[in-house]
Design a protein around this ligand. Structure first.
Ligand code: GTP
Ligand code: MG
Length: 555
């Protein structure tokens, strides 16, 4: 009786789960130049380790596309997108899973083509090891070097160099991949798979400092207020002290809440909701951290940057930065050097072109809470976004030696050193800092829509202000509008209906940068359309290239 219970399918399955949970996991990525055989190699590993289902294999065998010399094009096991198969190159990162008796693996098969360098960086950003492939007939190509360099920037300390296409010399394609080959007596190292199965894994980061970027404030009713997010590093228990940034207030964690109930502990990469002992004002992008080990809080830092866009990185131009759960404006102040990837020499530069890597000093609009990338991959990395097109244009890794005094061009005491401190701040200067002109959107009576738009536009990087209060009329409204305009805000007005004359006056105050939703009957009801329309209006307020010329008037 007992033995039959023991061998029930349920217990076999749970034994399997326990064993699987205890098996070590290695995340690795492929790197190299286009067509050197990364996808084929991964396909072969999946196939030879029996991680491919029969129907997958059958469909690959049936495929009309076969660029390989054998009966099966193994690259098709990872290159699943139609564009990838048609062009015979990898475009997007494909994540594949396989396991052997010794270890579990998550592979990021990345593209070698230069145009998709950013996808390589994405795949590598979570990897513990990089397999750098070298086509034996071609040797080390510039893109092989670039990928090797990016892998090192991303802190991948384990690198495996594999020379591929050995069948084009006097060997075979599968020599020393899974099975040891006796055709290569000169090589006495492990096979590729043996190495992956035995290479020491990086230390778990659960001893790291606690970092919890707040993604959302959860307030279902008056009795509950929690902060939801993903633990970037470290671990937390109920009762632990935390410091809230930017306020610096200290409190304790009351409980760790998840969908399945409360937890006694949570650690890195888990998504949880934290309830705190005291009411603390926190919003998206703020951070809870361990009191003993605070991150740097600064508007200035320098970082290694991989530029990923055809339009080059320009000094002084305003971009958006996405760092943990925070998004704000950012400018590059100075390029310390650009790395020549073939010689690793550090050359002077004033811009970074597509795929170039440099060390850059930055200034953000609001402070970021960060650690050097070498000690924290999440709080040490960021991406740069072009505010006008929303394209990802760069990826950055914050450097170790971040100190304010090191940043070029920053005087010891900025206030004392300012030579222009008698000149009043012109509205245009504010607009230049925000990256857009002020404008006004009339949404009379639609407070809910205005609230949603305020958050939406704010997250897109606009300075936006929602004027909802119904009592705001007459002179008070005029004053509020005037202040908001000189501060450079995009004003959303959702109070009572306005007379035609008032609307006209407001439009003039904003140099006709004015959108009246009520005047477009088709937008009156359709919320989604109204949102799109307002977004387009806000985009039109942006400076296309240069901020406006600032006329310095000396009184
Ligand atoms: N002779 C020979 N050809 C190979 C070998 N491995 C791959 N190839 C061929 O090389 C070409 C490119 O292979 P892929 O696996 O797609 O190369 P890749 O590195 O994944 O290419 P991207 O992802 O686009 O950078 C295909 O025609 C493969 O059949 C090999 O070991 N020997
Ligand atoms: Mg590929």
């Amino acid at each position: 009786m007992i033995s039959s219970v023991k061998n029930s399918p349920h217990s076999v399955f749970s034994d399997f789960l326990v064993q699987d949970l205890n098996t070590e996991l290695l995340r690795f990525t492929t790197a190299g130049s286009v067509d050197d055989g990364k996808s084929t190699l991964i396909g072969r590993l999946l196939h030879d380790s029996k991680a491919v289902y029969e129907d997958q294999l059958a469909s690959v065998k049936k495929s009309r596309i076969n660029r390989s010399t054998g009966p099966v094009d193994f690259s098709l096991l990872t290159d699943g997108l139609r564009a990838e198969r048609e062009q015979g190159i990898t475009i997007d990162v494909a994540y594949r899973y396989f396991a052997t008796a010794r270890r579990k693996f998550i592979i990021a098969d990345t593209p070698g083509h230069e145009q998709y360098t950013r996808n390589m960086a994405t795949g590598a950003s979570t990897a513990d090891l990089a397999v750098i492939l070298i086509d034996g007939t071609k040797g080390l190509l510039p893109q092989t070097r670039r990928h090797a360099f990016i892998a090192s920037l991303l802190g991948i300390s384990n690198v495996l160099a594999a020379v591929n296409k050995m069948d084009l010399a006097e060997y075979r394609e599968d020599d020393n991949v899974v099975d040891r080959s006796n055709r290569m007596p000169w090589y006495d190292g492990p096979t590729l798979l043996e190495h992956l199965e035995t290479v020491p894994l990086p230390e778990k980061d659960s001893l790291q400092a606690f970092r919890f970027p707040v993604q959302t404030v959860i307030r279902p009713d008056a009795t509950f207020r929690g902060f939801a997010g993903r633990i970037a590093s470290g671990a937390i228990h109920p009762g632990d002290s935390v410091v809230a940034l930017p306020s610096g207030r200290k409190t304790r964690v009351r409980s760790i809440v998840t969908y399945d109930g409360e937890l006694p502990q949570a650690s890195s990469s888990m998504s949880v909701t934290l309830q705190l002992d005291e009411e603390i004002d926190l919003s998206r992008g703020d951070m809870l951290v361990s009191p003993g080990h605070l991150p740097k809080v600064s508007r200035k830092f320098h970082a290694k940057v991989v530029w990923l866009h055809g339009k080059s990185l320009e000094l002084g131009r305003t971009y958006l930065v996405k760092h943990t759960a925070r998004q704000t404006k950012i400018r590059a102040l100075h390029i310390r050097h650009r790395v020549d990837i073939s010689t690793l020499a550090e050359d002077p530069a004033t811009r970074l072109e597509m795929n170039e890597i440099g060390s850059v000093e930055f200034e953000t609009h609001v402070p970021l809470f960060f650690d050097p990338y070498s000690s924290n991959r999440t709080t040490g990395s960021f991406i740069l976004i072009d505010a006008a097109t929303n394209a990802t244009v760069g990826a950055g890794m914050i450097q170790e030696d971040v100190t304010a005094t090191e940043i070029a061009g920053e005087p010891e005491n900025e206030f004392a050193a300012s030579a222009v401190d008698e000149i009043p701040v012109a509205p245009e200067e504010r607009y230049a800092r925000h990256g857009h002109f002020p404008g006004v959107v009339l949404l009379e009576g639609r407070a809910a829509l205005a609230e949603r738009l305020e958050r939406f536009l704010f997250d897109l990087g606009f300075e936006v202000l929602n004027l909802t209060r119904p009592e705001l009329s007459g002179d008070a409204l005029d004053l509020a509008i005037r202040v908001a305009r000189s501060a450079g805000f995009i004003v959303l007005y959702s109070g009572d209906s306005l007379t035609g004359e008032t609307k006209h006056r407001i439009a003039l105050q904003f140099d006709n940068r004015f959108l009246d939703i009520a005047a477009a009957p088709e937008l009156r009801l359709d919320k989604e359309q109204a949102v799109r329309h307002v977004r387009a209006f806000a985009q039109s307020l942006k400076f296309v290239d240069e901020p406006p010329k600032i006329q310095q008037k000396v009184n």
